[in-house]
Ligand binder design. Structure first.
Ligand code: GAP
Length: 460
């Protein structure tokens, strides 16, 4: 199993990810996705949307604004509770999460850190909306995409005439001012989430929760994650968020180099049973009930976020099952799981064994000779046809010898390398090399779309 450092090195070397603003010394906890990274991340999001929305008949999509009325985050409980306990070192002035501070770490000023008592630190990024810089114009960059779904529940219901059970899916940016962003894109301050709020009749929630845990687990496995690297973890009552009746986390083996096996795993996605908590707290006449027992009545909402149940002739608050994953963490998990090294003729061959659906590049077209007009024109034409007509991200590369070009494509996960040689000009065929087996076959240029489609599958 690969450790994070090798993935970080591959990502930098091949342009999957760059440090944000590195021209000016960077900005901690933020990353830019480079040419290969954006392809991979888009493929992860597309694979999620395809399975979660298109391949089911009980889902709608949504794309909410990042800025919302501040009251959304007041009545969701984020203003009161979205915080981590934090301690400061009185000597070196460094800040740590109190549950993560390493008491053995040496203080920069010498000796051990001298820590303050833990204090809550709200993780939301504040901003001002409009030209007047005062308290009344404060807004937050959303810390999760979920709240936009809850407050649009009635809009979606009324405009689609959906019946329970149904879900709303959203992919989008979220922002958290993490005290200690770390471990590459595992914990960052700007990230993307893929969230579903699935609305069900009360009483059917527990069974539905179980089904979603299985569906989400199977999604990872179907895209290539090895079962031994993915675990289900049922949160203990004292670990549950204030809104949850039950939560199962999917944990991925992000840290294989840790000695304690349990510590090798960390959350890639959470699947929570949020009951009717959110629809009630955002409803006219509703209330937010905090874990410490405090009750905040909703004095601002204009609608009741209810559903009319024709079977009982009653307005009810549906229960909500929420599968919530982070795109960046999921992308990292797929990369880690796909990374393989093997010895070939005394050299280390790195292969990213990504599934066809996820691989950033599906086909590379390589000319055997880069200054031969016939070969170059044929190779470029094949690349353009496959990319434009078949929709497969393809590249043309003539910047090295064929062996080196194969290695370059292997380590970014490209499934097929097509080599155009002198014979291609005669027999109108190319050599097709498959990534994992390195097997080579001769395929007619006209047959390439059907030959490759059969092997790549339906990845459109
Ligand atoms: N709506 C529920 C919710 O937001 P969460 O457990 O706070 O729940 C869901 O976040 C997922 O978002 C996590 O499982 C993780 O994959 C991702 N995530 C959360 N904080 C993150 C961070 N700082 N950096 C990267 N991903 C993060």
């Amino acid at each position: 199993m690969v450790d994070l450092d090798k993935i970080i090195s591959l990502c930098k070397r091949r342009g999957f990810l760059f440090q944000v603003s590195d021209q000016y010394g960077g900005l901690q906890g933020t990353y830019d996705y480079g040419p290969l990274g954006v392809e991979l991340k888009n493929n992860v999001k597309r694979a999620w949307w395809r399975r979660m929305v298109y391949e089911r008949d009980d889902m709608e999509g949504l794309d909410c604004a990042i800025l919302m009325n501040r009251l959304v985050l007041k009545y969701s409980g984020h203003e009161e509770t979205f915080s981590d306990p934090m301690v400061d070192c009185k000597k070196c002035k460094k800040r740590f999460r109190s549950d993560q501070v390493d008491l053995e770490e040496k203080c920069a000023e010498g000796g051990k850190h001298e820590l303050t008592e833990p204090r809550p630190f709200n993780l939301m990024f504040k901003t001002i909306v409009g030209p007047v810089q005062d308290e009344n114009n404060i807004a937050y960059l959303r810390p999760e995409t979920a709240q936009g779904i809850f407050i649009n529940f009635k809009n979606v219901l009324d405009s689609t005439n959906r019946k329970l059970p149904f879900g709303i899916a959203q992919i989008g940016k979220a922002y958290r001012n993490e005290i200690t962003p770390k471990n590459f894109i595992f914990r960052v301050r700007e990230f993307e989430q893929m969230e579903i709020e699935f609305f069900v009749k009360p009483g059917t929630d527990e069974e539905c929760h179980r089904r979603w845990v299985e569906d989400r687990y199977n999604w990872y496995i179907s895209l290539g994650i090895r079962p031994e690297n993915l675990r289900k973890y049922e949160q203990k009552p004292e670990e549950l968020a204030h809104y949850a009746k039950a939560t199962v986390d999917l944990l991925y083996r992000f840290f294989p180099d840790r000695a304690d096996e349990n510590k090798q795993f960390d959350e890639v996605e959470g699947i929570a049973n949020r009951t009717d908590f959110d629809l009630i707290c955002h409803s006219k006449g509703g209330k937010l009930v905090l874990k410490d027992g405090r009750v905040i009545p909703n004095e601002h909402a204009v609608n009741r976020l209810t559903y009319f149940d024709h079977e009982t002739n009653q307005h009810i608050f549906p229960y909500v099952i929420e599968p919530s994953g982070g795109v960046d963490r999921i992308t990292l998990a797929f990369m880690m799981d796909a990374y393989h090294e093997e010895e070939v003729k005394g050299e280390t061959r790195v292969i990213l064994k990504l599934s066809p659906e996820l691989a950033p590049i599906k086909v590379a077209v390589l000319p055997l000779k880069k200054n031969h007009d016939g070969i170059v024109t044929t190779a470029k034409a094949i690349k353009n046809t496959l990319q434009k007509n078949c929709g497969w991200r393809s590249v043309y590369d003539d910047t090295a010898g064929i062996g080196k070009l194969y290695r370059r494509q292997d380590e970014i996960g490209t499934h097929f390398c097509l080599t155009v040689d002198f014979q291609s000009l005669e027999d109108k065929a190319v050599t097709v090399r498959e990534r994992d087996t390195m097997e080579q076959v001769r395929v007619g240029i006209a047959d390439l779309p059907s030959y490759l489609r059969e092997r790549l599958g339906n990845i459109g």
